[in-house]
Design a protein around this ligand. Sequence first.
Ligand code: FMN
Ligand code: 173
Length: 387
Amino acid sequence: MPGQPAQYQNEIYLHGLADQVPPFTTDATLVESVARERMAPGPFGYVSGGAGCGDTMRANRAAFGRWRIVPRMLTDATTRDVATTVLGTPMAAPVLLAPVGVQSIVHPDGELATARAAAALGVPMVLSTASSYPLEEVADANGAGQRWFQLYWPNEPEVCASLLHRAKLAGYSALVVTLDTWTLAWRPRDLDQAYLPFLRGTGVANAFTDPAFLAGLAKPPEEDQAMAVLRWVSMFTGQDKRWDQLPFLREHWDGPIVLKGIQHVDDARRAADAGMDGIVVSNHGGRQVDGAIGALEVLPEIVSAVGDRLTVLFDSGVRTGADLLKALALGASAVLLGRPYVYGLALAGEDGVRHAVRSLLAEFDLTLGLSGHRTPADLTPESLRHA
Ligand SMILES: Cc1cc2nc3c(=O)[nH]c(=O)nc-3n(C[C@H](O)[C@H](O)[C@H](O)COP(=O)(O)O)c2cc1C
Ligand SMILES: O=C(O)C(=O)c1ccccc1
């Protein structure tokens, strides 16, 4: 990413003078309403929706509102440096693009566009197991960019080993194992529209290109697509995994391993005891347990319990530069962005992802400086007050 993130502010003013306004709003809290007007109802409902009545999605936002920034004056913050390195991965800012499956439901270029945008931005993408393009093609699109692979841990060990082998070969440097979605939650918006991308055959690209998966089928997908899709879906459904099975992943993956979906401090301790390299404190953007605690609420206690033993990442509800600042001040090493970049993808493809993320990073950079800080490392809980 060229120069400081805040330069994007100048670029937008200059674009404005040339009558080339950005592809959509620069306010990430408003982009959802733009997307609601322009996206088809099925995909919009799928992306924007949460579990149940949306109580946990609101709790995620409310949790940010309870922490307030207390800015400092006359400090040296004229030039900021927001670049960082997390688990050996260099990044232009403490941000990763969260794993989001089935991206072709919002834009035909799907994960390929996201991969190109991530490389241009200098931030890593985390590719979902349920991507609409094979992980090798996404790696090609990402080129010299940084990429991690998210695993929905299949019940078939051969298929699991095969996916990990392919991801390693294709240059994915860290593994993110998602624990909170061993079955999909009650999601009324999707039920009301009978909209489940999976059963429509999206998100199967990594299966239909996997030799171990194909070897286990009675008939090839061309002959019985419905059966192949059902087999893929059933591989991820049901909770047969336990903490004592984590060594299997170590045997098949030699890079950093991060557990995603940690919300209880005792689970964070178990992850550390199991020798994991990191965790993502996350409630899956409020898409799984409705009624679950706002993700930011549990971040401080988890950081105090295990922050010296593993890397703590955060997601769920980050929408503004101030949100990013707050999560970092409370001890996250970086945050994952979910829906905001997906709306960008839906509205303007690769450009849209870039616009959505650059807007948020520019706002973060300016907020950091105006609060009196030069780098993310300068942030501590004392930069905030719980109100
Ligand atoms: C449409 C959609 C699909 C998702 N698919 C996945 C997935 O395949 N794997 C995964 O680990 N998380 C998935 N997530 C969860 C995100 O990785 C992330 O935890 C969440 O979106 C963060 O919350 P936010 O959207 O409020 O930023 C998905 C989220 C959305 C909105
Ligand atoms: O919708 C989701 O939250 C999700 O994690 C998922 C699961 C399977 C396929 C695509 C997305």
